[in-house]
Ligand binder design. Structure first.
Ligand code: NDP
Length: 803
């Protein structure tokens, strides 16, 4: 060895020894400004209502704490009936003038808010970290920049709203309820699109984390937003409940637990209030054997230890291909040893504190349960700080897919690992949950990754990435993760409605009957119709039918009395026909055109059926059939045109918004225009790849029963459309309560809408209830993009580039 080598060897040894032995020093963000802001308010905050601050009664306040050391940060008003009512009234008063502004005027306001957020970015980030316990690195570099981005992006939508959403208007007063895990970001996701579209809002922050919403209110105040456009009412779940129940609220946008989401679904059933729910998840993180495992490790860190795992879309289930499982888990454990946990204000920590004692207890209980159910639990050798609410990063292996920790949302830094052998098994495991919020797919093989992405039931799929968000891309779930999207063009639709919708209380269907037909038991039988299930005419389970009277023709037929079992069979048949959704739009179009062609040839025959059923004269009955032929053409045309988008997110890559079918959708057809109304619902659903279980009008079911022969003759595969006749109320509730039905369209009165919306809360299926009679012959009301949007859900697939 030369002396040079000796020197370099010696110095290398010294450098590596120094590096190995180096400790991070503390790098705290200064909280002085944040604490001064709290002190300036005397440590107590009231409510922001109608552009002014309403003080809270001292006895009606609660503490908000710093979870990293349990110290009290401030006291905050506990909003009750008085405050909620005042805020909703203020929002209602502000609505006419705010919605009457031009898009440009609203854009200027949103732009001013975005600027205000940027100006106060540091203060917002520190307050957020103090109140929530999240690392300052995250609040400073992720949450707050995304908040500003949301207001900029939606300033743009306000500017473009009139041009891009013609014929639509805002809803009115929107109630917005947000959770504690991303207090300011969730506020931005909700307030920015609502204001851009011209709505006014009342927002209730979470009890644990109210402070940044109050600071935001000050920013809004200084930005000169008109009074009443944004109102902030702090409080607990009761304030949320009062807000949901307030009669002047037109829409509720909620993010939080699936349990409260269900409660809100039931509480608003039949009220006509629009609803979007962004709920929990148990998102899969799939790793295939050709993935870059070092990148995967960093992806896992982002997926489950970001915000201490208190993320609705956290990649909490690691599904790894068996051949690389040992290698990956070893790398992961090594990385977990290097994660740093500590004061949220320390710029060099990876993980901060859990938001509240009750959440910490919940995490501990679930991990204990996992262990009891046979899981091996691994945690790094370092110790958590013991003076605050901390929980270490945790890896659970030897977990069975049905165990509690593999199914229940833990909402903490706990990763549950399982293995798979084949891509099919990976998809089956990924979908083995009631949720459907997000997924990550890791593979260097883009063909494999893009084959897997559409097969996973989730609203967002990240390829070789995780937890990417942007204002231009809609976020939201499938299944029990909720419905509706926040962000992007798809998110704007949630705050708009068609101009033509009448303002007065809609009348029930019965008021619109052209004629009244009454079932006449035991009359002469002209014809007995069976059910149409799975492409076959089948007898009803009950074996019974009932007579249907035509207005001028006595008994015209008997139709089957469908029951719960018939609905179950129809749902099963509809699921068996799921490959319909994987056919190309072109193929579906061909079948719809063929259906139209066959109907056109039998136009007189079908017009006669409509005439006999309804008592209409030849002219309107023929017009009805002609309209159906045209409607089928419309949706054949749309079948390959209601395509998605590539969103322009600030990322080197593409974000593809795909329109996917909802799945199996129940349809309760309207009484008025019995055949045109039914086809107007079935056709967009089928064109979009859904399969349908339809319950025709109970008054005029026979034209729908005649549809079966036409479907058969037109090559519509068995199970794509199923028709079950019978008591609409009973069948509707069975369909709405069925856990394997993914969506439900209801046309009828508000009592019926209430019943199906209430029953739909079981699996939180997406419902569309239309209680306002539609002019079915009018193409503005009876067809078009509104139907296609209701028939599809947007899945955003993020594909970053990078060699
Ligand atoms: P909740 O769903 O209870 O809270 C979300 C928001 O809803 C809060 O503002 C809450 O108020 C409010 N709220 C509570 N009850 C009602 C009600 N009856 N009507 C209207 N609003 C209501 O979530 P938690 O904070 O209790 O967390 C519990 C679990 O929920 C977590 O462990 C996690 O699993 C999940 N969760 C999921 C989130 C997500 O992003 N999907 C976010 C947060 C939690 P308040 O805070 O005052 O109770």
């Amino acid at each position: 060895m030369t002396s040079d080598e000796q020197i370099s060897g010696a110095s290398n040894t010294t450098v590596s020894r120094i590096l190995d032995g180096m400790e991070y020093g503390p790098a705290p963000e200064n909280p002085v400004l944040a604490r001064r802001w709290i002190e300036d308010h005397g440590g107590t905050f009231g409510f922001f209502i109608d552009g002014a601050w309403l003080p809270a009664e001292p006895e009606a306040t609660f503490e908000t704490i710093d979870p990293s050391d349990r110290s009290v940060l401030a006291r905050v008003g506990r909003g009750g009936e008085t405050q909620v009512d005042a805020a909703v009234r203020a929002a209602a008063r502000a609505f006419p003038s705010w919605s009457g502004l031009t898009g440009h005027e609203r854009a200027r306001h949103l732009y001013a808010i975005a600027r205000g957020i940027q100006k106060h970015a540091r203060l917002l980030a520190v307050v957020e970290s103090l109140d929530n316990g999240k690392p300052i690195r995250e609040s400073r570099d992720i949450d707050v920049p995304l908040v500003a981005r949301h207001f900029y992006h939606h300033a743009g939508w306000a500017q473009l709203c009139e041009r891009e959403f013609p014929g639509h208007r805002p809803l009115g007063v929107v109630a917005q309820i947000v959770p504690w895990n991303f207090p300011l970001l969730m506020l931005a996701w909700k307030i920015a699109p609502a204001l851009a579209a011209g709505n006014t809002v009342v927002l209730k922050p979470a009890e644990y984390t109210p402070l940044t919403a109050l600071l935001f209110a000050e920013i809004v105040e200084h930005a000169g937003l008109p009074p009443g456009v944004v109102n902030i009412v702090t409080g607990d779940g009761e304030a949320g409940r009062l807000l949901v129940a307030h009669p002047a609220v037109q829409k509720i946008a909620f993010t939080g637990s699936t349990e409260v989401g269900r409660f809100i679904r039931r509480a608003t059933a039949g009220s006509g209030k629009r609803l979007t729910l962004e709920l929990g998840g148990k998102s899969p993180f799939l790793v295939f054997d050709d993935a870059d495992l070092d990148s995967v490790v960093e992806g896992v860190v982002d997926a489950i230890w970001f915000n201490q795992g208190q993320v609705c879309c956290a990649g909490s289930r690691l599904l790894v291909q068996e051949s690389v499982a040992d290698t990956l888990l070893a790398k992961l454990k090594a990385r977990m040893e290097t994660l740093r946990m500590g004061s949220p204000l320390d710029k060099a920590i990876d993980m901060g504190a859990i938001v509240a004692p009750v959440q910490l207890d919940r995490i501990r209980e679930l991990v204990t349960r996992g262990r009891a159910e046979g899981a091996s639990v691994w945690q790094p050798s370092w110790a958590c700080p013991d003076d605050g609410l901390f929980y270490p990063p945790t890896l659970c292996t030897d977990v069975s897919p049905s165990s509690t920790i593999a199914q229940v949302e833990i909402f903490g830094p706990v990763l549950v690992a399982m293995t798979f052998r084949t891509p099919d098994e990976a998809v089956a495991l990924a979908n083995n949950t009631t949720y459907g919020l997000a997924a990550s797919v890791w593979s260097e093989n883009i063909s494999l990754a893009l084959d897997i992405a559409p097969r996973i039931k989730a609203g967002v799929v990240w390829v070789n990435a995780s937890n990417l968000f942007d204002a231009a891309s809609g976020f939201g779930g499938y299944r029990e993760s909720g419905f509706g999207r926040e962000g992007g063009r798809e998110g704007l639709w949630e705050y708009l409605r068609p101009d033509w919708e009448l303002e007065e209380a809609p009348a029930g269907a019965a008021d619109h009957r052209e004629t009244v037909a009454v079932p006449v038991p035991g009359s002469r039988i002209d014809r007995t119709y069976k059910q149409y299930i799975g492409g076959r005419q089948v007898r009803p389970d009950s074996g019974y039918s009932h007579a249907v009277a035509g207005v001028n023709h006595g008994v015209i037929a008997h139709v089957a009395d469908g029951n719960r079992k018939d609905i179950r069979n129809a749902v099963e048949a509809a699921h068996a026909a799921a490959s319909w959704g994987r056919r190309s739009g072109h193929e579906r179009a061909q079948i719809l055109y063929y259906l139209a062609e066959n109907l056109d040839q039998r136009r007189e025959e079908y017009a006669r059926h409509v005439r006999i059923a309804t008592g209409w004269s030849t002219k309107p009955a023929t017009r009805e059939i002609e309209a159906i032929v045209a409607r089928l053409f419309t949706y054949a045309a749309w079948a390959d045109k209601h395509d998605g988008a590539v969103h322009d997110v600030p990322l080197r890559g593409v974000t593809i918004a795909m329109h996917e079918p909802i799945g199996v959708v129940g349809v309760l057809a309207p009484d008025e225009s019995p055949l045109l109304g039914l086809v107007s619902a079935i056709a967009p659903l089928v064109a979009s790849g859904n399969t349908v279980v339809a319950v025709p009008s109970a008054l005029y079911p026979t034209p729908a029963c005649e549809l079966a022969t036409l479907l058969d003759a037109s090559d519509v595969p068995g199970g794509v459309v199923n028709v079950v006749t019978g008591d609409r109320t009973v069948l509707g509730e069975v369909l709405a309560g069925h856990l394997d039905v993914d969506g439900l369209w209801y046309f009828g009165d508000s009592d019926g809408a209430r019943a199906v919306e209430f029953a739909s809360a079981g699996n939180l299926k997406r419902t569309w209830t239309v209680i306002q009679r539609r002019a079915w012959l009018d193409t503005a009301q009876g067809e078009g993009p509104e139907y296609l949007r209701q028939a599809t859900q947007v899945k955003n697939v993020w594909i970053p580039y990078g060699a």
